[in-house]
Ligand binder design. Structure first.
Ligand code: 5AD
Ligand code: SF4
Length: 453
């Protein structure tokens, strides 16, 4: 009999990828996905530890799941296995077991390939299972080759972990040391995705441009090298990669933005701050001007590039002038979109120890509001600059309104067009009519996409 699996995913795209692989692992055990926790025989929370707020959600959702499970038991609908995965599991495994003893299993991002075995043990009533080891053999060797689901636009993890140790960040502790998958296994996975209908692949890595996986001749291949190889695969229309660190934005990779047609003109390149003093305190290992020069180099090869970034305001010791430097950097670079956060001290990271330099919450909030106002202004101006332009849009899914499809532009914008649903999956030319804060609206160019036979 089919069992139901509920997966709740928080945080970054790597967690989205991991959740999809967990579903693949559970399929042979008879589990199919549900989006209703009340009907689930097993629930997995795939958690995020990056900021305090994200982390706290774990415990509130666990509280809700506990009630859901009790509801199932009282209605005689069966039990529910409750599992916590992801980075909170990795960082606070023992704490979770203590604070939420009803949780059956806790496992980290590097050990979820043991899931079938852990489920078997849970069903045998072995008791609580905690697996937060960093195994010697990478989990990728143990993941199923077949996916239960493919998307038009899919994530593919090529690199994991981080050796950069930015002073604010938990990733090097939760995801572990840098690791790159061999080229051959990535190519195989990409081909499988494309055979299943995927047209756009986003290569994922915490430090994706530090990729140095083994090539056919046993020698390391760069991210640019990997991109050139993947671009050869027939049927792969669009390639993206995220997230990059400025230090590894090599000439070769910048050039690929000019030379590889399927590499989309969009780059997420976090800078975090615009003050050299703060960048040094953050251990980012580059200056604001070095970042500006990288942007110049990228735009030299690909003038049409849409830029995205991450920013942290209120890092310990940040003065008004430091913050002004961040605003100036934003004005100089001109972002198409960006993410910005208030600094959140994370246990175990070096910056969390700078207690005497912590910035007031109110100051952080005020700075964040000013930064976001500037970024929003830039994003709106960027989107409005598209009015009248013709752009290629991958038509991805039905919109909320009847007769509307949402697609993705090469520059990562969501694009709304009136169109019958049968065109989903195609890349069409759209004439942009409106540029809004978070999306574009337009019309399909007549004749640019054939109607399905
Ligand atoms: N506080 C606030 N923001 C953080 N980020 C990472 N760690 C922290 C933290 N402790 C942000 C960075 C990073 C993004 C994924 O999250 O901007 O690039
Ligand atoms: Fe965290 Fe810095 Fe590594 Fe990015 S580069 S994952 S911010 S430590």
């Amino acid at each position: 009999m089919s069992k139901k699996l509920y997966i709740s995913t928080y945080g970054c795209q790597m967690n989205v990828y991991d959740s999809a692989r967990m579903a693949d692992l559970m399929a042979p055990l008879g589990y199919t996905l549900t989006d209703k926790p009340a009907s689930a025989d097993m629930a997995i929370l795939n958690t995020c530890h990056i900021r305090e707020k994200a982390s706290e959600k774990t415990f509130s959702e666990l509280g809700r799941l506990r009630k859901t499970r009790e509801g199932r038991q009282s209605r005689n609908e069966g039990d529910m296995i409750i599992a916590v995965a992801g980075c909170v599991a990795q960082a606070e495994g023992a704490e979770i077991m203590k604070r939420a003893p009803f949780v059956d299993m806790v496992f980290g991002p590097q050990s979820y390939h043991n899931l079938p075995q852990m489920v078997a043990e849970a069903n045998r009533g072995v008791g609580h299972i905690l697996d937060t080891d960093f195994p010697v053999e990478p989990k990728f060797d143990h993941l199923p080759k077949e996916a239960i689901d493919t998307n038009l636009s899919a994530f593919l993890t090529v690199q994991e972990g981080c050796d950069k140790f930015c002073a604010f960040c938990v990733v090097p502790y939760t995801r572990g040391a840098e690791f790159s998958r061999p080229v051959a296994s990535i190519v195989t996975e990409a081909k499988r995705m494309i055979a299943g209908g995927t047209r756009e692949i986003t290569l994922l890595g915490q430090n994706v441009n530090a990729y140095h996986g083994e090539g056919a001749d046993g020698k390391p291949v760069t991210l640019a090298g990997l991109i050139y190889q993947l671009a050869e695969i027939e049927g792969l229309e669009r390639l993206r990669y995220t997230t990059s660190h400025p230090l590894e934005m090599t000439e070769e990779l910048c050039k690929a933005h000019r030379d590889v047609d399927s590499l989309m003109p969009y780059l997420h390149l976090p800078v975090q701050a615009g003050s050299d003093r703060i960048l040094a305190a953050m251990n980012r290992r580059h200056t604001a001007d070095e970042y500006r020069r990288i942007i110049d180099k990228l735009r030299h090869y690909q003038p049409d590039l849409a830029l995205s970034g991450d920013f942290i305001v209120g890092f310990p010791g940040e003065t008004d002038q430091d913050f002004e430097d961040t605003l100036q950097l934003v004005r100089d670079v001109k972002y198409a979109q960006a993410y910005s956060f208030k600094y959140s001290p994370r246990p175990g990271t070096p910056a969390a120890g700078l207690e005497s330099e912590m910035i007031d919450e109110a100051v952080k909030s005020e700075r964040l509001a000013r930064l976001q106002a500037l970024l929003n202004e830039q994003q709106l101006a960027y989107n409005q600059s598209f009015v009248g332009r013709e752009i290629d849009v991958l038509l991805e899914r039905e919109g909320k309104r009847e007769g509307q499809i949402v697609g993705r532009s090469p520059y990562m914008q969501s694009v709304f067009v009136p169109s019958p649903a049968h065109r989903i999956g195609r890349i069409a030319t759209v004439i942009v009519q409106e540029g809004n804060a978070n999306s574009l609206r337009g019309e399909l160019k007549p004749g640019s996409v054939a109607d399905a036979a």
